[in-house]
Design a protein around this ligand. Structure first.
Ligand code: NI
Length: 189
């Protein structure tokens, strides 16, 4: 997820960045695999690179399928008061949602420059494993709740535009395809 109001400079020691896939891409539509104990080393090296790519973009959340890794891993950093507050979530699950809904504008690093108002539960409880493999739960509201739901959606192949009517979704996807085509044409020149 991205938030145009937040612009973060990448750290000097940013690890090797991962290219972010742009929709439509079949990896973005696939259900990601749960992280197994045997994947933990891969995930430990993946997470810092995901943070690096997210800060560079800049974004406030990124899911592993967006960098071509079909694994249930998400990183989030809302940068409250311009301070880092990084969350690395392994196998995250939404285990409770409020009845109350909230609507906010969302964007996505895999759909650059596209934004739409999305309605979701206002509060969620999320269970996940941290980098040490410990089970954790967090309760989130506001932007944090929307961001967690947006990123966890990515693990099930769901993009924010999938919450819109087919008409609105097609409009955004066509606009994205056109802008990407123009960008490629400009790069060729
Ligand atoms: Ni996204």
């Amino acid at each position: 997820m991205n938030n145009p109001a937040i612009c973060v400079q990448p750290d000097a020691d940013t690890p090797e960045l991962l290219p972010i896939l742009i929709a439509p891409n079949p990896i973005l539509k696939a259900r990601a695999h749960a992280v197994q104990p045997g994947d933990i080393e891969r995930v430990r090296s993946l997470i810092p690179r995901m943070f690096g790519s997210m800060y560079k973009a800049p974004g406030i959340g990124l899911a592993a399928p967006q960098v071509g890794e079909s694994l249930r891993v998400v990183v989030v950093d809302l940068m409250p008061n311009d301070q880092h507050q990084p969350y690395g979530l392994i196998n995250p699950e939404v285990i409770a949602t409020s009845q109350e809904l909230a609507t906010r504008e969302e964007g996505c690093l895999s759909l650059p420059n596209q934004f739409a108002d999305i309605t979701r539960p206002a509060k969620v409880k999320v269970r996940y494993l941290d980098l040490s493999g410990a089970k954790r739960e967090i309760e989130a509201e506001g932007l944090f709740a929307a961001c967690l739901q947006h990123e966890i959606d990515h693990l099930d192949g769901v993009l924010f535009v999938d919450h819109l009517s087919i008409l609105k979704r097609n409009m955004i996807m066509r606009r994205l395809a056109k802008e990407q085509r123009q960008k490629r044409d400009e790069q060729k020149r």
